[in-house]
Design a protein around this ligand. Sequence first.
Ligand code: NAD
Length: 482
Amino acid sequence: MKLYKMFINGKWVESLSGKTFAVINPATEEKLGSVPLADKTDVDEAVKAAYDAFPSWSSVSQTERSESVARLGVIMRKYEKELAELETTEHGSPQSNAVFMANWSAELVEHAAQISRSLMGHVIPAMTDTVTYLKKDPVGVCALITPWNAPIMMIAAKLAPALAMGNTCVVKPPSINSIIGVKFAEMVDEAGFPPGVVNFVTGPGSAIGNALASHPDVDLVGFTGSTETGKSIMSAASGSIKKLVMELGGKNPFIVFRDAELEAAVDNAVHSLFHNSGMSCAAPGRYYVHEDMYDAFTEKFVSKTEELVMGDPRNPKTDIGPLSSAEHRDRVEGYIKSGLEEGARLLTGGSRPVDAPFDKGFWVPPAVFADVTHEMKIAREEIFGPVACIIRFSSEDDALRMANDSRLGLCASVWTKDINRGIHFVNKVRAGTVWVNEHMKLCADTTWGGIKESGLGKESGIWGIEEFTTLKLVVISTPFPE
Ligand code: NAD
C-alpha cells in the first residue's frame, strides 16, 4: 500500500510521531494508501514555516503572485483527468460530477489569478494637507480547513485567493480525502511556490483542526464544514482573535408555487439534490410545494428518482455513488429511520442494499419522503445525504414563514412564472443566495456564503478574494510651508 507524505516548508515529510492512517475507497472499502497522522507538533512546524515565509511572500509584487497562482491553474488543467479520477476513487463521486468538480476547481484558481490583479485600494481625499488612502494588505498566516463533500474544489476555492493576495497557508484537507490533499500539495510543489508559503498537514479534525484553529500565529481560519464544527472552531480561535471565514451547513428551502413550470422544477429538484448523493451544502433540504401541485410534483419526483442509476462511480452511466464513509451512511440512515418514526411516507429508496456489488461500500439508494411536516426532524436538520423531504403548503405567507423558520440561511429557491412573486420572495427570504426558477447555478465569478448559522463572509468571486485582505489606512501629512 502506497505511503504518502505531507508537505511542510517545501519538503515531503512523515509525521513527527511516524504514525499513519489508511484512506479507503467508499465504493469498495479497498485501502487506497496511508497518509501521515499529524498531531499538534506537526501543526506547529507547518505554522512556523508559514509564519517565517510570510514577510517575503507578502512583499512579492502582485503581478508575480498572480502569475504563480496562474501557473498552479495551468498545472491543475494538466492533471484535470487525474484529479477527477481521484475524486471518484477517494470520494465516490460519479464520473460526470467528478469531471465537473475538477474543471470548476481549475476555474476557481484561474479566476483568482486574474481578478487579484485588479484589486485596487482607495484614495480618501477628505482631509486637507494629507495624502490619505486605504491599501489592501494580506491578513497573514491562513489555516484552511476543508470538508470531504467537494474535496478538490474546496481547497482550490480557499488556497488560490489566499496566495494571490500575499498570505501564506497551512491546508488541512478532510482526513478521509487526504490523498486529494497530497495531490494538491504536489501541484503546489510543481508550481514552484517558495518553501513555507503553502504547507499541507493530514489528520483528523478533532486533533489537528483544533491545533490549527487555536494556534496563536494563525491570523485567519478559512473553514468549510458543519455548523457544529464551525462553532467549535470559533471558540478555539477566540483565544487569539482571528479573522474567520466560514462556510457552514444548509437546510435549503426549494419553494414550488402553484404557477411553476412543473417539469423544469422537478428536473432541477431531483438533480440538485442527488448529483453528489445529496452531499452538497447547496442541495435542497426541504421542498415546499403548493397543495394544488403537490401530488403531480411528488409523483414526477419519484419517477425521475427511480430512473437514477446507482453503482460504480467510475461508470459514466452512474448517477448515484456511495456516501463518503460508513459513519456518514449510518448518520443518514438514522434520519431515514426518524422520518418513518415521525410518520412521513417513504415512497422510494432508503433501505440499505445487501447484494453484490453493494455488499461492500457505503450505499443509500435515493429516498423520497412525502407527507413531511415542517416540524419533523428530517425537515429541520441538515441530512447531507440522498433524502428528499416534500412538504405541502397552502398559502404564500405560510411558505415564506416556513422557509425562514430555520437557524440556517445558506440558499433558497423559488419556482414561479410570476416574476413579481419571485422578486417578493427574493426580498423576503433570509439566505445568502436566492435563485428564481433555478437551484445550484453558480460560477467562479459569482460568490457564495450563508447567513445566520450557515456562515460568515464570502467565498469566490471578487468578494471571496477580498476576505483574504485587510484594509490598512495610510495618512501622510503633506503641509506646504507658507
Ligand atoms: P466537518 O465539520 O465534520 O469537517 C470539516 C473539516 O473540519 C474537516 O477537515 C474536519 O477534519 C475538520 N474538523 C473536524 N472537527 C474539527 C475541529 N474540532 N476543529 C477544527 N477542524 C475540525 O464537515 P464535513 O462532514 O466534512 O462536511 C459536511 C458539512 O460541510 C455539511 O454541514 C455541509 O453543509 C458543510 N459544507 C458547507 C459548504 C458551504 O459552502 N456552506 C460547502 C460544503 C460543505
